[in-house]
Design a protein around this ligand. Structure first.
Ligand SMILES: [Zn+2]
Length: 288
């Protein structure tokens, strides 16, 4: 696949534009979902200081923020740089997932590769939910049931729809069994959720205080629902990232607490894309 090919360019640019819009929506979800008084659709978005409603031309992902120089058009209150960053980040991730997940042939004959597109759609959906969970956990230290519990139920369904996502083998074959993927999703819920729950339970016994939120348990259970036993590798990656970044943050900011949800999101995403590579690399460490 070459990025100079116009078919590839059009599809990747379209996916990135979609990602920017989804990123804008995720900003809204992250702001509103934990606030019980609001729904996702209503009321219309407005400035949190002066209440001025945001017109469509001030709501274009990334560009509006740059054009307004990060300030409300009404009162000049500053708009957090996190909004365009989330939009830009989601755009990059969407475009990049497209380039990585779709086989070359899917760009040449988009209509003939329905299953590859389905895997992509499922992975984009999971990615969006992970971004929302990470943002909400950073802001409020919670992982809302709306996302985690529905993930536990929908995970095995998504695995059934796109079994190749689970094996990290979407680039190799597109004919894994749906039922075995769904079944391993159910096993993943019990295995990953059960493991983290046990760790938390042991921790609370050992340190006489709650070491692990139950939200984290539900989140990893949902991850297991999607990618089966691979969620255990996600947990290891999350714990490793959490330890490294946790130490750095502690040194720099003198002991600020950071939630575990964003690391679980990073772990899930990395394993969805590079699970087998990470595992083989790890095993390779022990070979002479
Ligand atoms: Zn304002």
């Amino acid at each position: 696949m070459s990025l100079g090919d116009p078919r590839v360019t059009v599809i990747i640019v379209a996916l990135s534009a979609l990602g920017a819009c989804i990123g804008s929506f995720l900003n809204v979800v992250a702001y509103r979902l934990p606030r019980e008084c609001m729904t996702i659709a209503r009321p219309r978005s407005g400035c949190t200081r002066c209440g001025r409603l945001i017109a469509w031309y001030d709501n274009v992902p990334v560009l509006s923020w740059v054009f307004l120089r990060g300030k409300c058009r009404g009162c000049g209150a500053s708009i957090s740089v996190r909004y365009p960053c989330v939009e830009l980040g989601t755009a990059l991730v969407f475009g990049w997932l497209g380039a990585r997940v779709l086989p070359d042939a899917a760009f040449e004959q988009p209509m003939a590769f329905g299953s590859a597109w389905l895997v992509l759609v499922v992975m984009l959906t999971i990615t969006s939910v992970l971004i929302a969970l990470a943002l909400i956990d950073l802001d409020y230290r919670i992982l809302p049931d709306e996302l985690t519990k529905s993930g536990i139920v929908l995970g095995p369904v998504l695995a059934f729809c796109a079994p190749d996502m689970q094996h990290g083998a979407y680039l190799i074959s597109l004919d894994s069994s749906r039922w075995s993927a769904a079944a391993s999703g159910v096993v993943g819920v019990v295995l990953a959720g059960g493991l983290l729950w046990s760790v938390g339970w042991l921790g609370s016994k050992a340190f006489k205080k709650d070491a692990m939120g139950f939200g984290d348990v539900k989140m990893i259970a949902a991850m297991g629902g999607c990618i089966g036993h691979w969620a255990l590798l996600s947990l290891a990656v999350a714990a490793l990232c959490g330890a490294v970044i946790g130490i750095v943050v502690r040194l720099v900011t003198a002991g600020r607490y950071i939630p575990f949800g964003p690391f679980l999101a990073i772990g899930m995403w990395t394993v969805m894309l590079w699970g087998p590579e990470i595992w083989n690399g790890y095993i390779g460490l022990f070979r002479p």
